[in-house]
Design a protein around this ligand. Structure first.
Ligand code: THU
Length: 142
């Protein structure tokens, strides 16, 4: 069976990020974020931000999605969609610095990161664009 076209994959990733965003637990920031990862198996792994009354213990949507991916047995981020903000506000909910590094563990320099708002895709970056000169698993090979 052939793979579905890229446009269908992107649509399902964005839909999964939207569903995840709706499940966010963000009572402190009121800023819900959803993330959906396409793993090497072709499956989608989603996560939402999970805040905490002890603020620094909150978890980003990307970290939740990576946890779901690992639990499901995938080890490679082929693409990720991240959704946050209000429809049409135009601001980019780009992954935070910590999440760029978390993604680096399982992604390649050219892995697409789709930054979305509730209305859909706003901009696609590569991991290398968001985290140049990064430190990854290869840096520990000696
Ligand atoms: N947040 C994410 O979940 N992912 C991002 O890429 C940016 C920020 C969350 C963390 C916190 O719960 C809320 O958004 C406001 O910073």
């Amino acid at each position: 069976m052939s793979d579905p076209p890229d446009s269908l994959i992107a649509d399902s990733l964005i839909a999964a990020a939207r569903d995840a965003m709706a499940q966010a637990y963000a009572p402190y920031s009121h800023f819900s974020v959803g993330a959906a990862i396409l793993g090497e198996s072709g499956r989608i792994h989603a996560g939402a931000n999970v805040e905490n009354a002890a603020y620094p213990q909150g978890q980003c949507a990307e970290a939740s999605a990576i946890g779901a991916m690992i639990l499901a047995g995938d080890r490679t981020v082929r693409e990720i969609a991240v959704m946050g903000g209000q429809a049409g506000d135009g601001r980019l909910c780009t992954p935070c610095g910590g999440c760029r590094q978390r993604l680096r563990e399982f992604a390649k320099p050219d892995t697409p990161i789709h930054v979305c708002g509730p209305e859909g895709l706003r901009r696609t970056f590569t991991l290398e664009e968001l985290l140049p000169h990064s430190f990854g698993p290869g840096n520990l090979d000696f």
